[in-house]
Design a protein around this ligand. Structure first.
Ligand SMILES: [Zn+2]
Ligand SMILES: [Zn+2]
Length: 328
């Protein structure tokens, strides 16, 4: 196999050739055709998330074809195209797993964090956590649906149905997907970007945003809810100020810089601040069925697998329009 591996946080990924992995019991062997690059990958590279398996192959938006089956795999056939997401395994027995909240499992394994992921041309995955994917998308177009899309979908599902005006802070891969979903639900999207990022603002308008502006500005109208994808803690008080009484502010990222202290009065009025963590397999089934019906179109920029470091730096610099996808 060929892979880009992270040996330790803070250093660039290194190209590696190694024997192909062998699928164990319940696992599929997958020939990877595309893998999305997620903001979470940068947090792992930067050492902002605790205890990654090291060395690790990053990548949790994997599209590929099943080329091998371990014993006791009955949900996929050889040659089938599948998606592999962030949730790689759960314990199945903790109180969260037992109550339909497996995204909060006490002993989970995440793809590209504790389990080798998709910055490679081959991988193995627990078949119970893989999904069939729609034929309506190419491999590259599909990849961002598997995390950016899923997290956007789960974030938007935390917003009341009658919340018509949604603020979105940070306009990258997740935002461009959730904007299409919100428009499909007849909501208006107010898109906030890094101050002066006119390219991102133009992209947001193209995706259907009603209003675009710098994140240090107040919107012209009071918002019913806001979703923050940018990993910037100071956006939390900004978003709380922008939402109406009873409105909700949702943080969709796995890591944020510290939140500055703020006056209680901006939370007062029954405003709600909450995070969204990971995904459940039911989220994946529901969203992957819904996406082609909207239909959600993804904007991607392809990079060769060997250029994974370039893709990560483009993401860090905010130089991408849509999602970066690695092609092995
Ligand atoms: Zn992700
Ligand atoms: Zn569990």
């Amino acid at each position: 196999m060929r892979a880009m591996i992270l040996e330790k946080p803070g250093v660039p990924l290194r190209f590696l050739e190694a024997p192909d992995p062998v699928p164990g019991e319940g696992e599929v062997l997958v020939r990877i055709s595309a893998c999305g690059v997620c903001r979470t990958d940068l947090h792992v590279v930067d050492g902002e998330l605790p205890d990654p398996k090291l060395p690790i192959i990053l990548g949790h938006e994997i599209v590929g074809t099943v080329t091998g089956l371990g014993v006791n795999v009955d949900n996929f056939k050889l040659g089938e195209r599948i998606g592999i997401p962030w949730l790689g395994r759960t314990c199945g027995s903790c109180s969260y797993c037992q109550s339909g909240a497996e995204n909060l499992c006490d002993d989970p394994g995440f793809t590209g964090y504790q389990i080798d992921g998709g910055y490679a041309d081959v991988t193995v995955a627990d078949a119970r956590f893989c999904f069939p994917v729609s034929a309506d998308y190419s491999d590259s177009e599909l990849a961002p649906l598997l995390c950016a899309g899923l997290i956007g979908y789960r974030s938007l599902s935390m917003v009341d149905n009658d919340s018509g005006r949604i603020g979105i802070y940070g306009f990258g891969a997740a935002a461009h997907i959730v904007t299409q979903l919100a428009r499909h639900q007849d909501r208006e999207v107010y898109a906030f970007t890094r101050p002066g990022d006119l390219a991102a603002q133009e992209f947001a308008l193209e995706m259907g945003a009603t209003w675009v502006g710098d994140s240090d500005r107040a919107p012209p109208d009071e918002l019913d809810a806001a979703i923050i994808f940018a990993p910037v803690g100071s956006l939390i008080p900004a978003a709380l100020k922008a939402v109406r009484k009873g409105g909700v502010v949702i943080c969709g990222g796995i890591h944020m810089s510290d939140i500055p202290s703020f006056a209680y009065k901006i939370l007062w009025g029954e405003r709600v601040l909450r995070s969204v963590a990971n995904l459940t397999r039911q989220d994946a089934r529901d969203f992957l069925e819904l996406a082609p019906k909207v239909p959600i179109r993804t904007r991607i920029e392809e990079f060769a697998l060997e250029d994974a470091n370039l893709a990560l730096e483009a993401l860090r610099a905010g130089n991408l329009t849509g999602a970066a996808v690695l092609i092995p």
